[in-house]
Design a protein around this ligand. Structure first.
Ligand code: AMP
Length: 642
């Protein structure tokens, strides 16, 4: 049989725009449906989109059950921890058994279809079992990043109102154990909502005090449900699969809500077209299940594609013997014949400080590409790793909200050259526009700077809404560009003459620390809760390793602190501890500096941009509205003093 000639990416993209129903029906064949859909895209009530209406499917079925006959004994989940030295491979059949045990345990604890299960876990295999088990029984999982502390956790518990929380005794990072259970207990003291039960994995890393009648051990329930058979619940394509919290410009995190069928199709399509991957191969994403990358490309995407997925706990610079080893990831690429690897520029910058010979030490011939996302990829980092690995390094730009890349290259459709500094071109299904921030007018010329926006309908896999808050979804994302109902990414961008986009940073007060998105408002709220602080501003400042770091400028209640260095240091330490306790060490500012006042406009608006510019040694811009110019000078003096 003669195969049809390969389609160019341009034609592929065009089809997704001009014949979206036919295009997405074709992509929908990449997954299994229990009941076929009757309508591809319902966009009757913009900006809400319903994909594959009438269809029924299940994410867990597509990730596990459907592969059992063809590849039941092949590796599915490879869990590696350089923190505990444990390494274990679960075949699709073994994963199927573990997930059914977890599903039966959750059911025993009262979890039913539509109930929320909050997962607060380190990178252990049980976290993936829990996610897949929820998908299996139609429960909505809400994974909260394990690096967050009690305050962040409590607000998420109150928003998600979970029936059950799945957690563990502790996480570990660089050999330092962080007990999770006391953080969870604290969060449950702070939250108004109380779950019926807490299901705990005991890793033997930290002692746990179990609360009678509430806390249960996974090891006990697992034994009871060792032979459990829990069939997949067939869910409407539009049923909620999960929520994941992300930071915005207010202190209240947003629960990004995703569907079932659209997400499954989007991931299956991206594994083929963007990640150019095939069943039986091995995928290694170095992210964490607490982030969207972990959802899409540690757990669901690779498994839906029938691939083995590596779930790694630990630093990129620590060996299985817990000794320093900057080659640990490359040793895993060699050992498991990894074909596609996904990481963040920050991690590569860390690796760049290691011995370059480490890249030559291992056989990396299985690897076809390295995908990097989460923050801008600077050219020196991109070039260093591309030359070291001798495979394409593919920058890809997306957000928690989008669920999968919206700017990159789709080498699975057609080999397309990348350009350093650019994540690439619009992906199929995305109508990407650059708009003038003030007028909303579309910018079509090369190198014009505008807000990156999307015209609806958004493609499958994109967020459905904000959990329990349709109005916030519409107002925050779709009504912020004058005169147009478009989705605002809150990123600045430009496009060159070849149609490649370049991302120039956020238009809002969200910062990106080591690829982790943080709202400066959340950090400010934590700091201003300290009794010694009258007022505070937090800004993101460029950092050579982490991309950005948070820096705080606080006005102390007791002005004598300003001339008392030991007292200032003590207060700084105390504030950092508070942020650690409220939000987690990921949100801790690199420094807290004390000033008599903050730069504000005469109407009282805090000029964070001006502070940021001063911190980065740039021109602070138009300061005609500044109330008291002396305060910026004070910040300059503080920075100069070191
Ligand atoms: P998150 O929702 O945590 O994944 O953060 C999304 C934000 O990270 C985006 O809005 C961008 O500001 C930034 N980002 C993600 N990927 C890239 C990339 N490849 N290049 C530049 N910025 C990126």
């Amino acid at each position: 049989m003669k195969l049809p000639p390969p389609e160019s990416y341009q034609a592929f993209y065009k089809r997704s725009m001009t014949e979206p129903d036919a295009f997405w029906s074709e992509q929908a064949e990449l997954i299994e449906w229990h009941k076929p859909f009757s309508r591809v895209c319902n966009y009757d009530n913009p900006p809400f989109v319903h994909w594959f209406e009438g269809g029924q499917t299940n994410l867990c079925h597509n990730a596990i059950d459907r592969h059992l006959s063809a590849r039941g004994d092949q590796a599915a989940l490879i869990h590696v921890s350089s923190e505990t030295g444990l390494e274990k491979t679960y075949s699709f059949r073994e994963l199927h058994a573990e997930v059914q045990r977890m599903a039966a345990s959750l059911r025993e604890l009262g979890v039913q279809k539509g109930d929320r299960v909050l997962i607060y876990m380190p990178m252990v295999a049980e976290a993936a079992f829990a996610m897949l088990a929820c998908a299996r029984i139609g429960a909505v999982h809400c994974v909260v990043f394990g690096g967050f502390a009690s305050g962040s956790l409590a607000s998420r518990i109150d928003d998600a109102t979970p029936k059950v929380i799945v957690s563990a005794d502790a996480g570990s990072r660089g050999g330092k154990v962080t007990p999770y259970k006391p953080l969870l207990d604290d969060a449950l003291r702070l939250s108004s909502h109380k779950p019926d039960a807490v299901l705990l994995t005991d890793r033997g890393l930290a002692p746990m005090q179990l609360v009678a009648g509430r806390d249960r051990l996974w090891s006990d329930l697992r034994t009871r449900h060792l032979h459990a058979q829990v069939p997949c619940e067939w869910l409407d394509s539009t049923a909620i699969s999960y929520t994941i919290y992300t930071s915005g410009t207010t202190g209240k995190p947003k629960g990004v809500q995703r569907d079932t069928g659209g997400y499954a199709v989007a991931l299956a399509a991206s594994m083929k077209h963007i990640f150019d991957s095939r069943a039986g191969e091995t995928y290694f994403s170095t992210s964490d299940i607490g982030w969207v990358v972990g959802h899409s490309y540690i757990v669901y995407g690779p498994l839906i594609a029938g691939m083995a997925t590596i779930m790694y706990e630990g630093l990129p610079t620590q060996g299985m013997d817990r000794q320093p080893d900057g080659g640990i990831w490359w040793s895993l690429v060699e050992k498991y014949r990894v074909t596609a690897m996904f990481s963040a520029p920050t991690a590569v910058r860390v690796l760049r400080k290691q011995d370059p010979a480490l890249l030559q030490k291992y056989d990396l011939s299985s690897l076809r590409a390295l995908y990097l996302a989460g923050e801008p990829l600077d050219e020196p980092t991109g070039r260093w790793i591309a030359e070291g690995l001798k495979v394409p390094v593919i920058d890809n730009y997306w957000q928690t909200e989008t669920g999968w890349p919206l700017l990159t290259v789709a080498n699975g459709v057609e080999q397309t050259p990348s350009k350093f500094g650019s994540p690439g071109i619009p992906m199929y299904g995305y109508r990407v526009k650059l708009l003038h921030e003030g007028t909303g007018e579309e910018l079509t010329g090369a190198h014009e700077k505008g807000v990156v926006a999307l015209e609806g309908p958004t493609p499958p896999g994109f967020m459905q809404t904000i959990w329990k808050d349709d109005a916030r979804f519409v107002n925050t994302y779709w009504k912020s560009v004058p005169g147009k109902m478009v989705y605002n990414t809150f990123d600045w961008g430009i496009r060159d003459e070849d149609g490649y986009f370049f991302i120039l940073g956020r238009t809002d007060d969200v910062i990106n620390v080591a690829g982790h998105r943080m709202g400066t408002r959340e950090i400010e709220e934590s700091i201003s809760g300290h009794p010694g602080v009258a007022e505070v501003a937090v800004v993101g400042v460029a950092d050579a390793l982490k991309g950005q770091v948070a820096m705080a400028f606080a006005v102390p209640r007791d002005a004598s602190i300003l001339s008392d260095a030991p007292a200032a240091r003590a207060l700084e330490g105390d504030i950092m501890k508070r942020v650690d306790g409220d939000l987690g060490a990921v949100a801790r500012p690199s420094r807290v500096r004390f000033v008599t006042g903050l730069p504000k406009t005469r109407s009282g608006k805090l000029l964070r941009r001006a502070i940021q510019a001063v911190c980065e040694g740039r021109d602070a811009g138009d300061l005609t509205t500044l109330d008291d110019p002396a305060v910026l000078q004070q910040i300059r003096d503080q920075l100069a003093a070191g």
